[in-house]
Design a protein around this ligand. Structure first.
Ligand code: LIP
Length: 279
């Protein structure tokens, strides 16, 4: 069957690779750190520069005006974060900015593409590991040129689960996050992990290295590409309350299957996070 977005998909892989090279090289010189929503919500000149490179390349290729862009740093500067029916690119230039600043070796470029509010493909370039993860709707998920598949573990007691702490350090939220982690750890599971980037965490679900990753407080650009990659690797996406996954809701459970996802959902203590598309 005809695939109208194959060119865009191929180009996204090229752009992600180019962006990753810029990040790698920037990591070798001094990094100037700035903050956003809180003193632990970090941003660097590299985040901003790489987003400009990515959006600039995409606009040049696909024409200004016809495609929309949701980019982490553009939204931070006041651009809207609303998913319409138009072809829309959802971009995190540097996922794992804290890792990048500290030289912790998981930093990813995340590029997703949606049409009619449906995600068509996702590309995640883990640029320090030099691994290119990608998935096209209905066509499987890949790491470099190898097909990837979620784990077939059905027993939560034989699983590794990933969660993150996020950048909101209000005591009530931190308490809920740790309470959830404690309950999951004590099921017991084999282990709890976190790579420091939602994008990489989702790739770890997709390759079967872990059974699930969940977080409240993430943004659409952290998880849009990962959502396609997890789904195409055979995994599932759910809301933290067990309902359908909603890209703009700031909350998500991604897992190898329904059994593990629902078992985790039983333990999650939900706290409020304002939607990405809140007016
Ligand atoms: C970060 C992540 C991290 C998550 C944070 C944050 P950034 O993205 O991916 O895993 O815990 O909530 O969103 O700011 O480095 O692109």
């Amino acid at each position: 069957a005809e695939d109208p977005w194959q060119k865009a998909y191929d180009f996204a892989v090229e752009v992600a690779r180019k962006a990753g090279k810029v990040i790698r090289e920037a990591g070798e010189s001094e990094i100037k750190v700035m903050t956003k929503s809180s003193t632990v919500d970090l941003v660097t000149k590299t985040d901003e520069r790489v987003e400009k490179i990515i959006i600039g390349s995409l606009k040049e290729k696909f024409g200004e005006g016809t495609h929309c862009f949701i980019g982490e740093e553009s939204v931070a500067k006041g651009e809207p974060c609303i998913l319409t029916d138009k072809p829309t690119w959802i971009i995190d230039p540097v996922d794992g900015t804290t890792n990048f600043v500290h030289g912790f070796p998981f930093v990813a470029v995340s590029i997703a593409f949606a049409v009619n509010k449906q995600l068509e493909f996702g590309v995640i370039y883990s640029c320090l590991e030099d691994k290119m993860y990608k998935a096209r709707n209905g066509k499987g998920a890949y790491c470099d040129d190898e097909r990837i598949q979620v784990s077939d573990v059905k027993d939560i007691k034989k699983s590794i689960i990933i969660s993150e702490h996020g950048t909101d350090r209000s005591p009530e939220k931190v308490k809920k996050i740790f309470s959830t982690m404690q309950k999951i750890l004590c099921i017991p599971v084999h282990g709890l992990r976190g790579s420091g980037t939602a994008a990489t965490n989702m790739c770890l679900v997709a390759t079967g290295a872990v059974e699930a990753f969940f977080e409240i407080g993430i943004h659409c650009w952290d998880i849009a590409a990962g959502a396609v990659i997890v789904k195409e690797a055979g995994g599932v996406l759910l809301d933290v309350d067990g309902g359908p996954f909603d890209l703009m809701s700031r909350r998500m459970v991604s897992a190898n299957d329904d059994i593990i996802a629902k078992r985790i959902i039983k333990e999650i203590e939900i706290f409020p996070a304002e939607r990405d598309d809140a007016p």
